[in-house]
Structure formats: C-alpha cells, structure tokens
Ligand binder design. Structure first.
Ligand SMILES: C[S@@+](CC[C@H](N)C(=O)[O-])C[C@H]1O[C@@H](n2cnc3c(N)ncnc32)[C@H](O)[C@@H]1O
Length: 195
C-alpha cells in the first residue's frame, strides 16, 4: 500500500469550521483536502491501494490523526468541499464512512505505529536525495510538511526509523503537487518493471 503522512499544523481539530472558508476557519483545510484528493483519486476511480494520514495540530484539541483509506472509502467525491464535509462529519463522529478514521494520537505515535508494522519512510524535502537517482521501495510511507514545512524535531523523529530523505527537485512545490508527482513516478516505475 502507498501511504502518505501530512503534517498539518494549522488544520482544525473540531468540526466547527465553515465549508465556505476552508483556508481561514478550517486552518488550511483547503490544502488538506487537496492532498487527500491527490492521494486517493484517479480520473473516475479511487486508488484502492493508497491511504493518507492527516496529522492535525490546529485548535482546539490537537493532535488528531484523520486517515482516509482508498480501499474502503465510499460515497466521497474528489472536490475540496465534499472532502472537507466528510472531515467535518468524522470530527463530529457523525455519518460514519468505512474509509475514514479519526484518532487522538500524535505525529510521533503514528510514526511509531507505522514503523512497528515494518514501514520504510521517505521524508520529502527539497534538499533530499534526487528521486530520479533512487529505486523507490513499494509499500512505503511518504512524509510531507504543510505550507510551513515539517518541523525539525518531527523530521528527526522519523529519521530514527528506516528512511531516506528525498527530493523532487530544488523548487519548493505544494504538498498536494508532491503527492501527484510521487504517484506518477511510482505508477510509471511499476508499469515499466512489469513489462
Ligand atoms: C510548500 S512545501 C513547504 C515549504 C516550506 N516553506 C519549507 O521550507 O519547508 C510543503 C512540503 O512539500 C514537500 N516538498 C515541497 N517541495 C519539495 C521538493 N522539491 N522535493 C521534496 N519535497 C518537497 C516537503 O515535504 C514540504 O515540507
């Protein structure tokens, strides 16, 4: 399974945000929704082999980990507003979706949990090793920062596990765009290796 972890330091941890104001009242919930869309959707299909964990550190009850699992997700459409509405439902513990979970665990607890299941981590950073020179391991976890980047102490924590720090180039891209590029790279490499 392809897994993505997004550290979202402003994303709110209560359902009282406005769907008409995802950047403000949602604490950049627009960014979060775009990352979820890019992690899970193809054109007219959900990537059943992918999931994304959003680690929300915004007000009022951080931390909260909101996970979307492509394998079991039902009835969600890929637009930002609909994804955000499902996040609202999940935070309010209303209208359950089999593909969405909410847990009150921290970034480090999530990383420990994934590591205990044998995960290999790729930390996405502009100054990491150039992705084009690497063979990517299948079934890995890709860790991304939000608009402010991944906090240094959290990056150090991931770096205690089996990991590689990788770069998509020297430009700083939106986290959601990085997810698309990663899928593209992995899709192409899988197609080539199965020829
Ligand atoms: C908008 S960037 C954050 C920029 C922030 N100003 C910083 O200095 O970290 C969001 C995240 O996308 C990932 N990212 C952006 N550009 C990248 C690149 N060229 N290579 C690898 N990861 C990248 C990183 O994980 C980064 O934390």
């Amino acid at each position: 399974m392809r897994q993505f972890v997004l550290y979202a330091r402003k994303a709110v941890t209560s359902p009282d945000f406005a769907l008409d104001d995802l950047p403000g009242s949602g604490g950049r919930m627009d960014l979060v929704a775009r990352c979820i869309c890019n992690a899970l959707w193809l054109s007219h299909a959900v990537r059943r082999d992918s999931c994304i964990h959003i680690v929300a550190y915004g007000r009022p009850n951080p931390p909260v980990v909101i996970s979307f699992y492509g394998e079991t997700l039902r009835g969600v459409s890929p637009d930002e507003r609909n994804i955000a509405a499902w996040i609202k439902n999940a935070l309010a513990a209303k209208r359950k979706n089999p593909g969405i979970t909410v847990r009150t665990i921290s970034f480090q607890q999530l990383i420990e949990e994934l590591a205990s299941r044998g995960a290999f981590f790729y930390i996405l950073h502009e100054k990491g090793r150039d992705i084009s020179t690497l063979e990517l391991k299948a079934d890995s976890v890709f860790v991304l920062g939000d608009h402010l980047g991944l906090p240094r102490n959290e990056e150090k924590f991931v770096a205690r596990c089996a990991h590689e720090r990788i770069s998509l180039g020297t430009s700083s891209y939106l986290a959601s765009h990085c997810i698309t590029v990663l899928h593209y790279e992995l899709d192409r490499r899988c197609t080539w290796s199965s020829r």
